[in-house]
Design a protein around this ligand. Sequence first.
Ligand code: AHR
Length: 658
Amino acid sequence: MRKIVKYMGLVAGLLASVHIKAQKAAPIVVQVNEIRAPVSPTMYGIFFEDINFAADGGLYAELVKNRSFEFAEPLMGWDIRIRDNADGNLLIINRGPAYDVNPRFARVTVNNDTEVLAITNEGFRGMGIRKGEEYDFSLMAKMQDGKESALTIEILDENDQLLGKTYLTINSMQWRPFHASLVASGTSKKAKLKLSFTKKAVTDVDMISLFPKNTWMGRPGGLRKDLVQMLADLKPGFIRFPGGCIVEGRDLANRYQWKNTVGDISNRKLIMNRWNVEFKNRPAKDYFQSFGLGFYEYFLLADDLGAEPLPILNCGMACQYNSAEVAPLETLDPYIRDALDLVEFANGPVDTHWGKLRAAMGHPAPFHLKMMGVGNEQWGPQYVERYKIFAKAIHDRYPEIKLISSVGPHAGGALFDYLLPEMTALKADIIDEHYYMPPSFFQDNARRYDHYDRNSPKIFAGEYAAHVKGKEGPEKSSWQAALSEAAFMTGLERNADIVVMSSYAPLLAHVDAWQWAPDLVWFDNLQHYGTPSYYVQQLFSNNKGTDVVSIQQAKQVIAGQDSLYATAVIDKVSKELIIKIVNTSSSEKQQDIALEGIRKIGPDMKVVTLRSGDLDAVNSIQSPENLAPVETLVKINGKKFSLVLPPYSFHVLRLNMY
Ligand code: AHR
């Protein structure tokens, strides 16, 4: 956030540079002592899905792609010099079903001491390497013929300039890990890793890995620090994982199975990422899930962020847009077992089967799992049948666990209209509404929850983003989208008695490897930026307060009249009043504000503004803060003041209460 800390005598003078001729409207009245509802601590969270290379190639800091040769094409991502001739060869060996989890490895044969066999990994659209930083190289290896082999490890930039070099001797007859470290002498976003076998020998290699040492919390084999920091800065109330459609899989075999994502990384069975083939116009044939970022790491991340973990589990239904495969009801047991065992993995004592694994992985303390999702965007009677069985089994054993249930892929239309009453009748805890709609939908739906039946389940606005037509990729993450999301979010907050959770989706996207846009944070191999929508999320989340209070104009909630949207909360802990106002119109407004039901406020008011006169404005790798919040301190005298709201602007006002 850009901070401009200056005191201004008159609030009406705020942003005076754009104060030309403003129309006057009825005053906005905040009734500070009229508490409408507590704001749930989980009100604003994050939705993580491995889409757009968000996990492998993104948050998971591994730099080597296809490290264990388990991609559909075992040498994808690897360039082999001397593939097979008299001087040497490289063979992919598949040990078959007995080694189901990680069957393949590479056998490198060098027949001649003067020959070199080199294999080079291209990384995920290159590797991000920073000058002066240390990198941990490792691999599993063994000698095949009793002769030691010599390995030269080099990091090269895109022009084959050397950025780091080290050596290893492979001298074990049994598989074992070998480690080396390198310090980079230069920076590159498109670096590669070259391994040269320089001695006459036969060497078996697997799990070839290169990680920056400088990961989030310095954890070996951990997460990309800058990206996790972006998530931490959102102060999320929860983190939903692992998605999204990835939970469902294109068919049931391709579904996300958490048990395959925990334990030693070499025992996590890789599968194709469903986004590999989902969009014909955005194919990603090198998109697989290594599960280096698996359920343990998600729980740990939630812990680090102080966010409630929210795993979503497959309920015996594959993606209904794809195969729509379902598991017959009499075969649901393994799916339900997965759900029950997950609670044990997260919360169980260390002497239970799954609690023991959690402890062995480094976290004997429980993760305090309180909720989980049953299916993602499921619909139809098949979902209701399966939900009932899941809900009974989970609640019988763990009555304290709240369940998130689907109401279909859209928060409207026939699928939704069927499921909402069904879920209400079943007394579902929380329903998960999704909206990927044009900006106008978000502005028009700021009142969506004002008249929702208060006896229906609580609401999780689980996936949403405004989709601007006619834009592609990063250009879609525009100010127009963000501004309309801000307008909509005032409606979520005003209805905090029923809306208890919300998350924008998707979260992360690699600028060179995305499938879906818009997204909240874009990144390349070294840099990242938050979109305007990111800053909207951050401003709501970091200013959520503890209780919603009344804010009205002409005795009406402020939800689009004259293009204004507003909400107000108090923070009982910090003793502050927080007002959020969105102006979606192209004209500037001068707005009187009156605070009632409070003894004294001020004398300073913090005003954070996010605005641009250009609805197409975006941030980018080159200009990451083209549009970012600006903070101003102003003096107010009294409980009535006037604000100038420039066109297309979002403001958060914070005032001390006495
Ligand atoms: O967020 C991208 C996708 O949109 C999610 O995987 C899915 O749940 C929704 O359709």
